[in-house]
Write a protein that binds this ligand. Structure first.
Ligand SMILES: Nc1ncnc2c1ncn2[C@@H]1O[C@H](COP(=O)(O)OP(=O)(O)OP(=O)(O)O)[C@@H](O)[C@H]1O
Length: 594
């Protein structure tokens, strides 16, 4: 799904527009209300100046007039709030919508990216990027009033000053423009440091998330002090750019404050000086008040603007942290294969992990034939390539040179068996939530379907001992279940996911179970998928009796494949492997032994 242009490059406003889809009218309406509110607010110094002038003139008539102008000040303030309040409510709603749709798009892209991409991108780093970018666009979208306030608040007083005196208006424009340009230049340094800080921060948080996620390992290996040391070093790297920014920032604000105060009073003095030079006689206090108010407001807005520009740069950097997610490649679309197949031959697999050491051998497969209803076990030493082969076949890793032949016909453009296959992984990843949620993800599957899947994975035994049954609350990472119970829950979920598959890859999903339960599960799975082809990575010799053929893997290649007895005769390496596994004495179940 990669787009030719990364959405973060299109800028914040385009981003807001894109993700505000469905609330764009509300967005425009809120901007209109907020801008009008600011324009109304601009009239306040002028109305106040009229009141002061009337008071300065004295007399009961002027007092009444002054009171009327004060009422006008109140009316303008109330009207401004009546526009501002609803504008802000709408604006924040739009912000929520923007955050929701950006989060959704980023999650969709993350889950569409291939497994090999995820292996090169730390999950916690990606989480942080999603958080930073979605919060940034939310903040930007929900706080548009700040920018509108700045624009109206800067342009309006400048016009008002120019109406009083063209020279004063021009001078104010030049001085405040110079101030804004100077602070923007300083912002560039600040933003460079911020980017560095953000990257260091993500690394620190990823480390913290890793240690907490694997707290059992930290505690049992007594890694508390060592992990703290590592986190401390990472946090120190956050402080280096941060410390630089603190100094630059303070210097900037000192400059902005002094120059703004100086400019405001220079304009007031210049106005009074010009008026007296032009022989204006008594200078109205109201007019001086107005110059001070408008000049002061311009100074405040110019100062605010530098603050907003600074936070805007940070917002841009945060939003841009989603760049790698938008750049992530999408997995290949699943190419269809005939559902009623009887024999599939896969050949010419050549695959190398993106992060593999150059000297490590690539995974290769000359030919593997699968038959409907057949049980194949893959055996081989640790790291011989069993998981990798199954992942390539299931389409989780891309090997574009692979040829797939179904019932004698080569399938053009098809390089894996994803359309027919489900891989039940090695990792027993359970999610925080009820057992039911872990199985059906809120899709309300019929009880009978759940029961069949639990029977097929021997999880039914576990469930009967859990308080609340299907509603039992599974803790984070399944810490309130044993390793074997977690595996059975994952197997039940896998069985549900594979319900419509005619090829099931089992990547050693029973490794944490005792030999008798493991054998029982393999038997039950065979019953659950009677007409599917099951390919399983197996480490326990007793289990081989359940399989029709055994594939021997070594150094990333399928060395040989055949019935157990034949393989024992042909392959001394297989004999040695069996001898190594000989201490495993579970009795075989079933009668599929070759
Ligand atoms: N994500 C990865 N990136 C780089 N190399 C990998 C990756 N996954 C596996 N490898 C390497 O590929 C080779 C095959 O690994 P694989 O996990 O397929 O072996 P296996 O036979 O399933 O091992 P085990 O029985 O221990 O699970 C090994 O050398 C391994 O180090």
């Amino acid at each position: 799904m990669p787009s030719s242009r990364n959405p973060v490059d299109a800028g914040l406003y385009r981003g807001v527009w894109r993700y505000a889809k469905g609330t764009r009218v509300a967005m425009l309406l809120s901007m209109g209300l907020l801008a009008t509110s600011q324009v109304v607010r601009l009239a306040v110094p002028w109305l106040a100046a009229q009141a002061i002038d009337a008071l300065q003139k004295g007399g009961p008539d002027n007092l009444r007039r002054a009171l009327a102008w004060v009422a006008g000040v109140m009316a303008a303030s109330i009207a401004a709030w009546m526009l501002h309040g609803p504008g802000r409510v709408l604006e924040r709603r739009v912000g929520l919508r923007v955050r929701e749709s950006l989060s959704d798009e980023l999650y969709t892209r993350l889950t569409a990216a291939p497994l090999s991409w995820h292996e090169g991108h730390h999950s916690s780093d990606m989480q942080q990027r999603v958080r930073q970018s979605t919060l940034a666009l939310y903040d930007f979208s929900a706080n548009q009033f700040l920018y509108l306030q700045c624009i109206v608040g800067l342009v309006g007083p400048l016009f008002a000053l120019a109406a009083l005196s063209t020279g004063i208006g021009l001078a104010a424009f030049v001085m405040f423009a110079a101030l804004a340009i100077a602070s923007m230049r300083i912002d560039r340094t600040l933003i460079r440091n911020s980017m560095e800080e953000l990257a260091a921060e993500r690394r620190y948080s990823a480390g913290m998330a890793d240690f907490l996620r694997h707290i059992g390992t930290v505690l049992s290996l007594r890694l508390q002090a060592a992990s703290r040391r590592l986190l401390h070093q990472r946090l120190q790297r956050v402080f280096v750019p941060l410390a630089r920014n603190i100094v630059v920032n303070e210097a900037k604000w000192c400059m902005v404050d002094l120059v703004s105060t100086l400019t405001t009073w220079a304009l007031v003095v210049a106005y009074v000086f010009l008026q007296s030079r032009q022989g204006a006689g008594t200078i109205a206090i109201g007019a001086v008040f107005m110059v001070q108010q408008y000049a002061g407001r311009t100074a405040t807005v110019a100062t605010d603007m530098t603050a907003h520009l600074q936070s805007l740069s940070r917002t841009r950097a945060d939003y841009a942290s989603a760049r790698p997610i938008f750049d992530a490649p999408a997995s290949e679309p699943v190419a269809p294969l005939p559902a009623q197949w009887q024999r599939i031959v896969v050949r010419d697999i050549a695959f190398r992990h993106a992060t593999a050491a150059p000297e490590s051998p690539p995974l290769g497969l000359d030919e593997l034939a699968l038959r409907r209803g057949e049980r194949i076990a893959l055996v081989g030493g640790s790291g011989s390539g069993k998981s990798t082969l199954m992942r390539v076949l299931a389409g989780l890793y891309s090997a574009p040179g692979t040829v797939v032949e179904v019932d004698g016909r080569i399938q053009p453009g098809v390089h894996n068996l994803a359309a027919l296959a489900t891989l039940i992984p090695q990792e027993a990843d359970v999610f925080e939530g009820s057992v039911r949620e872990n199985l059906d993800f809120g899709t309300a599957l019929p009880e009978a379907t759940l029961a069949a899947a639990m029977r097929g994975s021997a999880f039914d035994d576990v469930l009967s001992g859990l308080d609340g049954g299907l509603e039992f609350a599974v803790a984070e990472r399944g810490s309130n279940l044993s390793g074997g119970q977690r595996q059975r829950l994952c197997l039940a979920r896998g069985a549900l996911a594979a319900a419509s598959s005619s090829i099931v890859f089992l990547d050693e999903p029973t490794g944490a179970l005792d030999p008798i339960t493991e054998a029982r599960i393999h038997h039950a799975l065979a019953d659950t998928f009677p007409s599917a082809c099951i390919v399983a990575s197996v480490h326990r010799m007793s289990l081989l009796a359940h399989f029709d053929r055994i594939g021997l893997m070594d150094a990333g290649r399928l060395v040989d494949i055949g019935p157990l007895a034949q393989l024992r005769e042909r392959q001394p390496a297989f004999e040695r492997l069996l001898a190594g596994m000989a201490h495993d004495t579970a009795p075989p179940v079933g009668d599929r032994a070759a």
